[in-house]
Design a protein around this ligand. Structure first.
Ligand code: NAP
Length: 411
């Protein structure tokens, strides 16, 4: 007996859309055996073909792979309002218009699935939503941008400059011709907004996520920090702190024992922390047409296998001001080579309540510098110490500070 069709309307037929259609054709028989229905693409919309009205009217589910805000937003809302399931890989849309989309899904009892929007094929959304639905997630942190992870890994491996490695990443296809949103942290911030919303059941959007990128990172900082056993990553961190939440993206040094320290190249990884589960790290390829298409198809199969889904009510979180969040820091100071320099710097740090964990002196004469790692301190106190230090006449260049993640996990 042949399985009844499950009709998929496909919006967008570019890198991911065309890979999705191919994969769906390859896997349709196996999915029919598993679910009792055979998925098929019954309509495709691009700029030059198809009509959204006709596609949505005859589809059992819509897959949105256009990207960007409009017209993807309008089509997504109209799909959900029609009570039909929507699968999307669109991080911009979810991170900027999540409230509206989730409200439409709840109001109309429609499924909204978006595994491919964060960390490519790494199934972090499904794990949070299903496997850890009973866990109170305290913290989600991870490497959610493969381009920057490739660049930082290569800088550490070769000692080459940021600009040289970026060019190589572009030649190899790991960075776009315009890499701005990858390297400035905005892409990672959009993904962290999506993860934080799900982890904390809280209305988090891109606007609530301060982000810093890797454009100012220098090879010598990566090199000096190796002496402290530190590895540099662009991290997204979403955590509950002091009754509020903090969601941020910044370059950070990790100690070698941290589960994210060994994630190299274009890979992504996300660590989930909760008292009930301790910590779990998921990692895998972060992007690419076939990988993303596979995550999208997984969502389509979930839609086919599940009659509906409960979407958690969303609360308005209190976002902690950045200066109240505690962080440890690496600090690189180009200083004059004369007695008393370290004492002067230590005096300013002590005044602001910043305590030094380790310090090394590098170079002599015009190359003299102090490289230090601080204990965790409120970021506001550290910034105010930094302001004072930059005014000292012993400084030969502005100070360079990079956060350090203190946690280490052993075996
Ligand atoms: N590429 C990846 O590795 C990757 C990874 C993770 C997530 N994603 C996400 O997946 C989504 C798709 O990305 P992609 O790389 O496949 O994009 P893409 O190659 O640029 O393809 C976009 C598709 O959307 C169509 N489109 C654009 N504007 C349209 C409009 N106004 N009306 C109808 N169709 C329109 C395009 O039509 P034409 O064919 O007529 O131009 C094209 O078929 C995005 O949300 C992206 O963020 C991509």
């Amino acid at each position: 007996m042949s399985a009844a069709p499950f009709r998929v309307g496909l919006l967008g037929h570019g890198t991911v859309g065309s890979a999705f259609e191919r994969l769906l054709e390859e896997r349709a028989d196996a999915i029919a055996v598993a679910t009792g229905r055979r998925p098929e693409v019954t309509g495709v919309l691009t700029r030059s073909r198809g009509s959204f009205d006709e596609i949505v009217a005859s589809a059992d589910a819509i897959v949105e792979l256009i990207g960007g805000i409009e017209p993807a937003r309008e089509y997504a809302l109209r799909t959900l309002e029609a009570g039909k399931p929507l699968v999307t890989a669109n991080k911009q849309l979810l991170s900027q218009h999540g409230d509206e989309l989730f409200a439409a899904a709840r109001a109309n009892g429609s499924q909204l699935r978006y595994e491919a929007a964060v960390a490519g094929v790494v199934p972090v959304i499904r794990v949070m939503r299903e496997s850890f639905a009973g866990a109170h997630i305290e913290k989600v942190h991870g490497i959610v941008n493969g381009t920057t992870n490739f660049i930082l890994t290569e800088m550490a491996r070769t000692g080459a400059s940021y600009a040289d490695v970026l060019r190589r990443a572009q030649d190899l296809g790991y960075a776009e011709a315009d890499p701005t949103e990858d390297v400035n942290g905005k892409d990672a911030a959009a993904k962290m907004a999506i993860l934080a919303r799900l982890a904390f059941h809280a209305a988090v959007s891109l606007d609530n996520v301060p982000f810093e990128g890797i454009e100012e990172i220098t090879a010598d900082d990566i090199d000096y920090a190796k002496e402290f056993g530190l590895v540099l990553k662009l991290l997204g961190v979403a955590e509950r702190r002091n009754g509020g939440v903090s969601v941020r993206v910044f370059p950070a040094f990790l100690y070698g024992g941290h589960p994210l320290a060994s994630v190299g190249g274009p890979f992504n990884a996300v660590t989930l922390e909760s008292q009930a589960i301790t910590e779990v790290t998921l990692s895998g390829p972060g992007a690419g047409g076939p990988q993303t298409a596979s995550a999208v198809l997984g969502d389509v199969v979930s839609v086919m296998s599940s009659p509906g889904m409960e979407l958690d009510p969303i609360e308005q979180p209190q976002f902690l001001p950045e200066d109240q969040v505690e962080s440890a820091f690496y600090l690189h100071l180009e200083v004059e080579d004369r007695p008393g320099v370290l004492a002067q710097v230590a005096h300013v740090l002590g005044d602001k309540g910043v305590s030094v964990k380790s310090v090394v002196q590098k170079g002599i004469g015009e190359n003299a510098r102090l490289v230090m790692v601080m204990h965790p301190v409120a970021e506001g106190s550290f910034r105010s110490a930094l302001d004072e230090i930059s005014k000292l006449d012993l400084m030969r260049a502005p100070p360079r500070a990079i956060r350090v993640i203190e946690e280490e996990f052993q075996g």
